[in-house]
Ligand binder design. Structure first.
Ligand code: BGC
Length: 370
């Protein structure tokens, strides 16, 4: 349940009062470290302490980038660090978190593969007085998470839904438009959040007939992409095309939850030669940014800028506050099914050809917008 707008709308002081009277009931009170959540030591911890970073699989460029940014950023801030990927899957991530606990990490930052399967390790971290920060993906149904930091994922979905509508309208002023829907991997809680955000915008248009999902596949379970894998999205798109779009029915748009899947969907359309639908994305991956800026046949229409540099920087600032024994800055709460987690949301930005130069100005992606 997102309380972002609500918390943003009130002042910091009022936000504290709000949490005191129930909604964010276990938001740590200033200076008390982890409060009832446990974890953040009231007096902070040594400036050269070990910080564990448990990242998931390399399913998109943002995770790969996070690895080097955490390594450099934590070293630069004077911490020891243990930054791990779990390409082997959930079991590997469980072992990595357990090892970070054993090695005496003071904070563990987790980008979970499957947050519901980390309960034992997270409880062990909590029992050891370690502060746990959920990074990008919420840790669900556990009270052993102290903070959550991410781009506002529901907003990402809303921006994707709106971009899909805008892109199709720019090509053809009036509907009905034929569309297909894709979601991410069902073990990643973000996948459902992105989809819900997008459907907030798209469902009314499906209901009023502006959008027609020709395959009839509109529920989350029907449209998921296991493991966020490009080959799974491409296979499903191949099947959708042969069943629904081979006898001249035009495909106007596809909701894609990220860039890797967007490119796979477009590849499928290209191989079938069915023309270029409007396809959304997320992550600002280099190949997608190039495609959006170049335009033309089988080009991607939009992506989302969720600059990993800023997310890692804000996470390290959280860790530095904890080190000093301060309460990290948060601007929202997120209910993870077990508690209301103090959350720092960053704002995602939609990017199309029209605003790419402006959106990536001063970043490493600027070179691809010229
Ligand atoms: C992230 C996305 C990413 C996806 C696949 C999600 O949890 O929020 O940015 O595209 O994982 O790696």
């Amino acid at each position: 349940m997102r309380t972002y707008a609500k918390v943003l709308a009130v002042s910091a002081a009022a936000a504290l009062a709000l949490s005191a009277c129930g909604r964010g009931g276990d938001t740590p009170a200033s200076g008390s470290g982890g409060g009832s959540t446990g974890g953040a030591a009231a007096g902070g911890f040594a400036a050269n302490s070990l910080i564990g970073i448990a990242l998931p699989q390399k399913t998109s460029e943002n995770w790969v980038l996070a690895e080097s940014l955490f390594n450099d950023g934590l070293s630069g801030a004077g911490f020891q660090k243990d930054v791990q990927f779990a390409n082997g899957g959930v079991g590997e991530q469980q072992n990595q978190i357990q090892a970070m606990i054993t090695k005496g990490a003071k904070v563990i930052v987790v980008g979970a593969i499957d947050s519901k399967q980390l309960g034992t390790q997270l409880k062990a971290a909590k029992d050891a007085g370690i502060t746990v920060i959920a990074y990008d993906r919420q840790l669900q149904s556990t009270d052993a998470v102290n903070y959550y930091i991410a781009y506002n994922n529901e907003k990402v979905g809303e921006l994707q839904g709106q971009a899909l509508l805008d892109g199709m309208k720019a090509k053809k002023a009036n509907g009905p438009y034929n569309v297909e829907l894709f979601a991410g991997s069902p073990d990643d809680p973000n996948a459902q959040v992105f989809f819900n955000g997008a459907m907030k915008i798209l469902q009314p248009k499906i209901s009023d007939g502006t959008l027609k999902v020709v395959s009839g596949q509109t529920s989350f379970n029907q449209v998921v992409t296991q493991g966020w894998k490009a080959e799974n999205a491409q296979k499903r798109m191949d099947t959708l095309i042969s069943a629904n779009y081979q006898s001249g029915t035009k495909l106007d748009g596809v909701l894609s939850p990220n860039d890797t899947l967007a490119r796979a969907i477009l590849e499928s359309c290209k191989q079938a030669g069915i023309g270029t639908p409007i396809v959304t994305g997320q992550d600002s991956e280099v190949e997608s940014v190039k495609s959006i800026v170049a335009g033309g046949d089988y080009a991607q229409y939009s992506t989302i800028n969720k600059d990993t540099t800023n997310l890692v920087k804000a996470t390290i600032e959280m860790i530095q506050a904890l080190q000093k024994g301060e309460t990290p800055k948060t601007n929202a709460t997120d209910d993870n099914g077990s508690k209301s987690v103090p959350t720092e949301y960053l704002e995602p930005v939609i990017v199309t050809k029209a605003n790419a130069a402006e959106a990536y100005k001063g970043t490493s992606l600027e070179q691809y917008t010229k």
